[in-house]
Write a protein that binds this ligand. Structure first.
Ligand code: ZN
Length: 136
């Protein structure tokens, strides 16, 4: 899969996951009997009326609950937009020569010398659940 395709796949995954989730922002509230309630403050999602997720709290670390709440579905669209914008940059700055894609800005092969998109590709690969994979 090309770098641009990896970035676009991650953007699609984020949008698909967010479409099936309750909109954010989310917050956490430890409830009775060791139960964590994840709440959405989005009025269309019912506000605080109904939790979007209820997790038994025994063994749940506060840090994990805070992390889940902060990385709510509201992050999907701006993150997907960024991934797609970076995909356009990859394509706009790419030329092919001698059997491989090269990045014009650094004159490096994407799979060997170019590190211009390492950070955004690392994000995409976490979302895609893939290992490092860049080829033509
Ligand atoms: Zn480069």
């Amino acid at each position: 899969m090309s770098p641009a395709a990896e970035l676009r796949a991650a953007a699609r995954t984020l949008r698909a996951l967010a479409a099936d989730a309750t909109r954010g922002p989310w917050s956490t509230l430890p409830g009775a009997a060791n139960v964590w309630h994840f709440l959405s403050s989005d009025s269309d999602a019912g506000g605080d009326a109904a939790p979007v997720l209820v997790v038994p709290g025994v063994g749940v670390r506060l840090g994990n609950a805070a992390w889940i709440a902060r990385i709510h579905p509201g992050l999907a669209e701006p993150l997907a937009d960024w991934l797609e914008a970076e995909a356009k940059k990859v394509e706009a700055g790419t030329y092919t020569d001698l059997g491989g894609p090269f990045h014009a800005a650094c004159h490096g092969r994407f799979d060997e010398d170019c590190s211009c998109f390492d950070e955004v590709l690392a994000v995409a690969r976490v979302i895609n659940g893939t290992e490092e994979e860049t080829s033509a």
